[in-house]
Design a protein around this ligand. Structure first.
Ligand code: NAP
Length: 247
């Protein structure tokens, strides 16, 4: 296949959890998937191996989404190596939580959580958006959270970041709709990944109408739909994937 004909998708935080499932979903949809991650080389290689074993294609691109210089260097070198191509699907998935009650919260905990989510969105999306607008096709899917809709105690930093990401999604969607670039968010509830490993699933599942945590694949299904060409008239929206926990 000619390189020019390939469709590229970038998934931030693709080395583990939800991001890995999204990488596999998009690879299955025919995208050549760029798997971003911050530090975990071993897990990133596992994701790439899974893409390739399933007959798909991908590559690794390591950078810290919160670091503008790091993002721009990595994406510029990707562009130079793929002249004539552009990244048409961006999934802003990288994120982490650092919970504490606000009264005890350190500045660093607030800043790091907000920066990875919101500066991460800014740094990566701003860099890739121009090519999507010029090509008149693009899909941006932002992974928010139930926490950004409802707010969760112990997570004022994370709730602020994820709520801000939803507001940014709605604003940007209105800027880009005429150029056929859609911008949407997915808001997972409790999903079984490394991020939720320390939570008491047996207690929390009692609160969830579906009676269980969700799987990364269940989140990836929603992302895949929003990234598809069929979702062309859906923009500025948020799909909750939370087992009925909050509607
Ligand atoms: P996870 O298993 O902890 O994986 C986090 C991923 O993000 C890893 O690939 C990690 O890379 C990457 N990452 C973290 N900081 C980064 C940075 N600064 N730059 C680049 N990559 C970075 O998390 P997850 O549960 O799959 O969560 C994925 C997304 O879903 C997050 O945005 C999270 O807030 C959101 N979410 C999760 C849940 C849930 O219940 N799990 C619920 C709602 C929303 P390394 O492997 O290199 O560390």
């Amino acid at each position: 296949m000619e390189q020019r004909e390939k469709k590229y998708a970038l998934v931030t935080g693709g080395s583990r959890g939800i991001g890995r499932a999204v990488c596999l979903k998009l690879a299955g949809m025919g995208y050549s998937v760029i798997v971003n991650y911050r530090s975990n080389d071993d897990e990133a290689h596992v994701t790439l191996g899974m893409i390739e074993s399933a007959g798909g294609e991908g590559e690794l691109l390591k950078f810290d989404v919160a670091d503008r210089q790091d993002v721009e260097e990595a994406l510029s070198s990707w562009k130079s190596a793929h002249e004539g191509s552009y990244i048409s699907v961006l999934v802003n998935n990288a994120g982490f939580r650092d919970d504490s009650l606000l009264i005890w919260m350190e500045d660093s905990s607030w800043e790091q959580v907000v920066d990875v989510t919101l500066k991460g969105f800014l740094n990566v999306t701003r860099f890739l958006l121009k090519d999507m607008l010029v090509a008149r096709f693009g899909r941006v899917v932002n992974i928010s959270s139930l926490s950004g809709i409802k707010g969760l105690p112990g997570q004022t930093n994370y709730s602020a970041a994820k709520g801000g990401l939803i507001a940014a999604t709605k604003a940007l969607a209105q800027e880009t709709a005429r150029k056929k670039v859609t911008v949407n968010a997915v808001a997972p509830g409790f999903i079984s990944t490394d991020m939720t490993r320390d939570l008491d699933e047996n207690e929390l599942r009692k609160l969830i109408p579906a009676g269980r945590f969700g799987t990364p694949d269940e989140v990836a299904a929603a992302v895949g739909f929003l990234a598809s060409e069929e979702a062309s008239y859906i923009t500025g929206t948020v799909i909750s994937v939370n087992g009925g926990l909050y509607t």
